[in-house]
Design a protein around this ligand. Structure first.
Ligand code: TYD
Length: 199
């Protein structure tokens, strides 16, 4: 069972993941992330920091995804585990559709084609949503150096893309209001995962 957690920067994904790793401890889930579950993730972070070419950046994120699938996701799924990934393919579809928009006529189509045939589609995706000004406020509270994606206009387009993906695939996506209390979000998502896994 592959479950992914998605949302723009500042939605509180990290807090939710920490929360889930405690509350779902008895299920012994494999908790993982993109980018960064393999050494390629380090190169991705370097690429983000240096603001490299958007096509190179998209392919680096995708390379990280391929390694993630081979080294972590596929073995865990084969062993019958519940896998929870903090970001996954929808991050590419939502973010890189924006960064590649001025370069490619159909960025989403290209990104999906690049993944097609080898990626593993999640069984369930929780999408945290938040008003962009709130996300920006949280990000500037957290630290003073923001990544290049963390600009209001970009995050607003990324969130629109996420919502479009969710609308296209309502069976897979569950939209979660990230403005709710942290504990409430944690309990809601944990209960929902338990029910989904039982099914
Ligand atoms: P993340 O590790 O979630 O952020 P943080 O280190 O701030 O917790 O992801 C780093 C950034 O990379 C984030 O702004 C989202 C972006 N990203 C993409 O643009 N495409 C992708 O495919 C992924 C996985 C992340």
């Amino acid at each position: 069972m592959l479950i992914t957690i998605e949302g723009i920067d500042g939605t509180g994904k990290s807090t939710l993941i920490r929360n889930l790793s405690n509350t779902l401890n008895d299920m012994n889930p494999v908790i993982t992330r993109e980018p960064g579950s393999t050494w390629i993730g380090e190169q991705v972070r370097r690429g983000i920091a240096e603001e490299i070419d958007p096509v190179a950046e998209a392919l680096l994120f995708t390379a990280d995804h391929a390694a993630h699938i081979r080294d972590v996701i596929r073995p865990a799924l084969s062993a019958g585990k519940v896998v929870i990934s903090d970001r996954y393919s929808d991050s590419r579809y939502a973010y890189q559709s924006v960064t590649l928009d001025s370069i490619l006529p159909d960025a989403l189509g290209w990104l999906e084609a690049v993944h097609h045939g080898w990626t593993i589609v999640p069984d369930r995706t929780y999408l945290l949503t938040i008003p962009v000004d709130q996300a920006m406020a949280r990000l500037s509270d957290d630290r003073d150096d923001t990544e290049h994606f963390e600009k209001a206009d970009i995050l607003s387009r990324v969130q629109k893309n996420y919502l479009m993906l969710a609308e296209r695939d309502p069976e897979r996506f569950v939209i979660v209001d990230a403005m709710l209390e942290k504990e409430k979000i944690g309990t809601f998502v944990a209960d929902s995962i338990r029910q989904f896994v039982k099914r």
